[in-house]
Design a protein around this ligand. Structure first.
Ligand code: SAM
Length: 159
């Protein structure tokens, strides 16, 4: 598979999983955390799917499109491993992490802290969506929508 095919599949998986959660999250209070704002594509999609919901975005750099940039109070700059600590216990309804790199060594380092961080920020019943797997005793893996290949993107409910 070419890298172009791979990116298209990743973005399709992101969109299809997020779309599939819009109804389920209506009854779950709390903010949404977007880990890895990037240029703000998925942030923009989350705003469309969840109008009125607070969405807090994290990144080490501010480099999103102007129209997809959160208000300053909802943008957390710095290394997520450090900045996320202030949000543990924040009872988020959902956290989406798009911070995989495709480099096994970098992703292995991220996996030393990301599962704990995701479990820590979510309320019970909250949902974790991630491009990296999140092995954690409090995160129960859920099936992803039909058509998304195994291992492409991951979905969990916080116990
Ligand atoms: N979902 C985004 C979009 O639709 O535009 C793209 C996210 S991009 C693939 C990943 C982003 O996460 C990059 O902007 C990168 O700077 C940020 N990032 C990755 N690991 C990070 C970390 N450990 N701490 C802070 N930011 C990180």
């Amino acid at each position: 598979m070419s890298r172009l095919d791979s990116v298209i599949r990743r973005l399709t998986a992101q969109r299809d999983i997020l779309d599939s959660l819009a109804e389920a999250l209506k009854g779950v209070p709390g903010p949404i955390l977007e880990l890895g704002l990037g240029n703000g594509r998925t942030y923009d999609h989350l705003r469309e799917l969840f109008p009125g919901r607070r969405i807090i975005a994290f990144d080490r750099h501010a480099h999103s499109f102007a129209q997809s940039t959160p208000d300053p109070e909802d943008m957390v700059l710095g290394e997520i491993r450090e900045t996320i600590r202030a949000f543990v216990g924040s009872d988020a309804a959902m956290a989406h992490a798009d911070i995989g790199t495709g480099h096994d060594d970098l992703d292995a380092e991220t996996l030393t802290w990301l599962p704990d961080a995701m479990a820590g920020v979510l309320r019970p019943g909250g949902l974790a969506v991630s491009g990296l797997p999140l092995p954690h005793s409090l995160l129960v893996e859920l099936p992803v929508p039909a058509g998304i290949p195994d291992g492409r993107y991951f979905l969990y409910r916080r116990a």
